[in-house]
Design a protein around this ligand. Structure first.
Ligand code: WQD
Length: 322
C-alpha cells in the first residue's frame, strides 16, 4: 500500500512522513512548499510540488504512484489570519480538501484521513473535551476543520471510503532539531522568541477561573501526533469498510501557561517567569482532551511528557536561531 501525504513537507506533515517511513510504509508527498520545506523529507520519499486544488495533478499522482490511501494534512492553520482572510481559508482548507476527496473517490481509493483540530470545539464549557462535546468553532480556521470533517464523513459514506479525522490539541516539540516548528505562532516558540531577545515571556491573562489564573491547554508532542497517524493508518489498512472515526489526539492532562513557563525556565536555564499582560481575545480558559476514545479505538496513547516537548523544541529553536 502507498499513502499520499498532502502537506508532508510541513512541520506536522514531516513528522508523519518520518513515522510512516520508520514503520516501513511507502509514502509520496504532495506539498506546495508555501510553508513546507523539502529539506524536511528523507531523500527516498518522492515529493510532488503542487497544490491540493490542482485536480489534474492529483489524478496523475494517484495513478503514477499507485496510491491506495490519503493522509490529508495540507492546510492553512493560523487562527488570526483566518479571521482576516476567511475566503482564502475556505478555499484552501475546504475546497482543497473537496478536490482531494473527489480525486480519491474517482480513483476508487478506500482510505482517507484528515488532520483536524481542537479548534472545532471553540470554548468548551467542560473540564474534559470528548469527541461528543458539541462543536462550536470560534474562527474561520476552526470552521474549515469542522466542515472538513463533515465533508470527509459524507464522502466516505457515499464512496465507500474508511475515514478518520484526528483533532490535534496543542502541538509542541520536535522529533529532531531539524524538524522543529519554524513558525512563531504558538506559546512555546513565542516564549523562546522573547527569551532569545532578552525579554520576559508574555502571559496573556492571569485572571482566568483556573487554579493559577492562566489558561490551561493539553500539550502534545508532535512525535506522538505522528504515531497516532500511523495507528490510524493501521486501522484503515485492516478495516477500511468498518472505519468512520473522529478522534482527539491529546494527553488528557491540563497544563497552565504558568506551568509551561516553569518547565521552559528549567530546560533553558533562563528566567522565564513571565510578564502578565491583558487577555488575548477569544482564548478559552481551559481546553483539555479526553484521550480515551483514541486509546480504545486505535490502542494509541502519548509517550512524551512536557519535558520532552520543551527540550526538543528548544534544540530546534537553537538550531534555527544560533
Ligand atoms: C496557548 C496558551 C495563550 C502565547 C491555537 C489554535 C488552535 C491550534 C493550536 C491549529 C493560550 C497563551 C500564548 C504567549 C501566552 N492551532 N499564550 N503567551 O490558542 O490554545 O491554540 O493553536 O490547529 O486551533 O487556536 O494555542 O499556543 O496560541 O496559546 O500566554 O506569548 O498560551 O493565551 O492560553 P491556542 P497558543
Amino acid at each position: 500500500m502507498t499513502w499520499l501525504i498532502t502537506g508532508g513537507a510541513g512541520f506536522i506533515g514531516a513528522h508523519v512522513v518520518r513515522a510512516m517511513v520508520e514503520d516501513g510504509r511507502a509514502v509520496v508527498v504532495l506539498d506546495d512548499l508555501s510553508t513546507g520545506d523539502r529539506e524536511r523529507l528523507p531523500a527516498e520519499v518522492p515529493l510532488v510540488v503542487g497544490s491540493t486544488l490542482d485536480r489534474p495533478l492529483l489524478d496523475r499522482v494517484l495513478t503514477d504512484h499507485g496510491i491506495t490511501g490519503v493522509l490529508h494534512i495540507a492546510a492553512k492553520k493560523q487562527v488570526g489570519e483566518s479571521v482576516e482572510q476567511p475566503l482564502r481559508y475556505y478555499h484552501e482548507n475546504v475546497e482543497g480538501l473537496r478536490v482531494v476527496l473527489a480525486a480519491a473517490a474517482d480513483a476508487g481509493l478506500r482510505r482517507f484521513l484528515l488532520s483536524s483540530s481542537a479548534a472545532v470545539y471553540g470554548m468548551p464549557d467542560v473540564d474534559t473535551v470528548t469527541e461528543s462535546t458539541p462543536c462550536a468553532p470560534m474562527s474561520p480556521y476552526g470552521e474549515t476543520k469542522l466542515v472538513g470533517e463533515w465533508l470527509v464523513r459524507a464522502a466516505g459514506r457515499a464512496h465507500g471510503m474508511g475515514t478518520v479525522s484526528l483533532r490535534y490539541f496543542n502541538v509542541a516539540g520536535a522529533a529532531t532539531p531539524e524538524l522543529g516548528d519554524p513558525g512563531i505562532f504558538n506559546l512555546v516558540p513565542m516564549v523562546f522568541e522573547r527569551l532569545s531577545a532578552g525579554k520576559p515571556p508574555l502571559v496573556f491573562g492571569a485572571d482566568y477561573p483556573t487554579p493559577d489564573g492562566t489558561c490551561v491547554r493539553d500539550y502534545i508532542h508532535v512525535a506522538d501526533i505522528a504515531t497516532a497517524h500511523v495507528a490510524a493508518v493501521r486501522r484503515l489498512e485492516a478495516d477500511p469498510d468498518g472505519t468512520e472515526l473522529v478522534l482527539n489526539i491529546g494527553r488528557g492532562e491540563g497544563v497552565s501557561v504558568r506551568e509551561m513557563l516553569d518547565v521552559i525556565g528549567r530546560v533553558t536555564g533562563l528566567d522565564a517567569s513571565g510578564e502578565i499582560v491583558a487577555r488575548r481575545p477569544g482564548d478559552p480558559a481551559r481546553v483539555v482532551a479526553s484521550a480515551e476514545l483514541i486509546a480504545k479505538e486505535l490502542g494509541w496513547t502519548a509517550e512524551h511528557d512536557l519535558e520532552d516537548m520543551i527540550t526538543s523544541a528548544w534544540a530546534g529553536w537553537q538550531l534555527r536561531h544560533p
